[in-house]
Design a protein around this ligand. Structure first.
Ligand code: HEM
Ligand SMILES: [Cu+2]
Length: 508
């Protein structure tokens, strides 16, 4: 891997570069910046919910703004760009090509993110990450709402451009000696998630335009007063965003496929089932969107169809878990920091998946829908699996990117605290949901169980917050002053890491 930070270069050389590792670095730094920004808002939300009544945030409108921007930031400005960072670094190397297929387009796709992030943050909209009509078209205050809509529009275009680039790089630019069946699973994960993006995003792009023209009063697609239907928006939204959850999780699983065999010192148990499960997941992801809408008055038949469609994704996800466990089985495992994050992520993936099955069972969903259970469910995925895989991979990349080692003890402390914190926050939220606490509320009645569980969740969140401060300190300190890494085998697990050394010079 090219060691960007070891040979200091003026910042503008990186900013105006179109080389894949430079663009990867830009993606990496901006996504981490948004991780910390979005995470800070999460701590504000948890602090407010520590006790019933208004404490630190003041009013419900501000609370709504904070949690809208929190969610939008962490999903669209942290998780997705983080995956693009990894893809930029590794995909060209893995398919043995000098760069991404369209380097300029690649840089453009990145540079759409900062303005979009600025629109979302400066607007501070309040209508949740759904932008659900009719509130979003009738009374959500502008310009915040319009800024959010434009920000998401830009992010959507950016991901489509990125997806095209990954697909062409993998399918058309791979080395002629390499068949598609030899491309590493991490690259396969980008191929499958990019295909989902191409199919899913245009639907939401259309929905956003319709939302905007509705807001301008020139159309009434989702406005009941003008004969429109808010449920139609829900269909368009979830047709994109249920598959999109696989766009988030598939690259994280791909990253685990790099880490697990390396630190188990064994080859992947079954490459073929990994490929198959990625492709299967990207197809069946589209068969389940209306499981978010059981409570909207669909017919029993429709609900059953979507329940079965949802359950089809379960074996595809389980195949990955099985593959990971079988790879570790009898391996000589070395629990360095990246491996700890990956294994922790798998455990939480399993737990979150079990909760997903409960949601998918439509009769059960009637008790959990719109409660904190759902908050617990998806956070266990996005934090427990996707962020864990991503952070583990960040530690794994660190020596290649900086040429230096991070501090292993601090990395492990970061993991243990985050794991404990994640369990405290999100397992508790599941239970809180069963006790009936609705989601998206700024204040709640002083029910003793609710107070106790909210406090456990808040303490857990603070534990994660402290661990993230340790993480930040470790990254900043070690990238400048850490021990020089042995880039042939930074983790001392033996064997040659075949691809990083095939990288080309940054200025090709
Ligand atoms: C692969 C990773 C997954 C991610 C990132 C994820 C994410 C999410 C998100 C963000 C929501 C909440 C949407 C909202 O209301 O704001 C959600 C809800 C839901 N998820 Fe998942 N999910 C994943 C996997 C699954 C699986 C495997 C299943 C089923 C087997 C599932 C079933 C459901 C159901 C039924 C709901 C709706 C619950 C309700 O609103 O009542 N999810 N998920
Ligand atoms: Cu879903």
């Amino acid at each position: 891997m090219v060691l960007e930070l070891q040979k200091p270069r003026p910042i503008w050389q990186i900013m105006f570069s179109t080389h894949h590792t430079d663009v990867g670095l830009l993606y990496l730094i901006s996504s981490l910046a948004f991780l910390f920004l979005g995470g800070t808002l999460a701590l504000a939300i948890r602090a407010e919910l520590f006790l019933p009544g208004a404490q630190i945030i003041g009013d419900a409108m501000t609370f709504n703004r904070i949690f809208t921007v929190h969610g939008t930031t962490l999903i669209f400005l942290f998780i997705i760009p983080f995956a693009s960072a990894v893809g930029n670094y590794y995909v060209p190397i893995m398919v043995r090509y000098k760069d991404m297929a369209y380097p300029k387009l690649n840089a453009i796709a990145f540079w759409m993110i900062p303005p979009a992030g600025a629109l979302i943050w400066l607007g501070f909209a309040d209508f949740t990450w759904y932008a659900t009509p009719p509130y979003s078209i009738i009374s959500a205050p502008g310009p915040a709402a319009d800024m959010w809509i434009f920000g998401l529009k830009i992010l959507g275009i950016s991901s489509v451009l990125g997806a095209i680039n990954f697909i062409v790089t993998i399918l058309k630019c791979k080395h002629p000696d390499m068949s598609i069946g030899q491309v590493p699973l991490l690259a396969w994960s980008f191929l499958s998630s990019s295909l989902i993006i191409l199919v899913a995003i245009p639907t939401f792009a259309a929905a956003l335009l319709m939302l905007l023209t509705d807001r301008l009063g020139v159309s009434g697609f989702f406005n009941p007063a003008m004969g429109g239907d808010p449920i139609a928006y829900a269909h368009l939204f979830w047709f994109t965003f249920h598959p999109e959850v696989y766009v988030l999780v598939i690259p994280a699983i791909g990253m685990m496929y790099e880490i697990i065999p390396r630190f188990s010192r064994k080859p992947i148990y079954s490459y073929n089932s990994g490929v198959f499960a990625f492709v299967l997941l990207s197809i069946v992801g589209f068969s389940s969107w209306a499981h978010h809408m059981y409570a909207t008055g669909m017919s029993f038949t429709e609900k059953t169809v979507f329940m079965v469609g949802t359950l089809a994704a379960v074996p595809a996800s389980a195949m990955h878990v099985f593959n990971f466990v079988a790879t570790m089985w009898n391996g000589r495992i070395k629990f360095s920091t990246p491996m700890m994050w990956a294994v922790g992520g798998i455990a939480l993936f399993f737990s979150a998946g079990a909760g997903g099955v409960a949601n998918a069972a439509m009769p059960l969903d009637f008790t959990t829908h719109d409660t904190y259970w759902v908050v617990g469910h998806f956070h266990l995925f996005v934090m427990g699996t996707i962020a864990f895989g991503s952070i583990g991979f960040l530690y794994y990349m660190f020596p290649y990117v900086t040429g230096r080692m991070y501090n292993e003890t601090m990395g492990k402390i970061h993991f243990v605290m985050s794991f404990v914190g994640t369990v405290l926050v999100f397992f508790t939220q599941h239970v809180l949901g069963l006790y009936g606490m609705p989601r998206r509320i700024f204040d709640y009645p002083p029910i003793p169980e609710w107070i106790a569980m909210n406090q456990i969740a808040t303490v857990g969140a603070m534990v994660i917050g402290v661990s993230m401060a340790i993480f930040l300190a470790n990254m900043i300190y070690s990238s400048g002053k850490g021990q020089l890494a042995n880039t042939e085998d930074p983790f001392g697990v033996g064997g040659k890491y075949y691809y990083p050394f095939e990288a080309k010079n940054p200025s090709h």
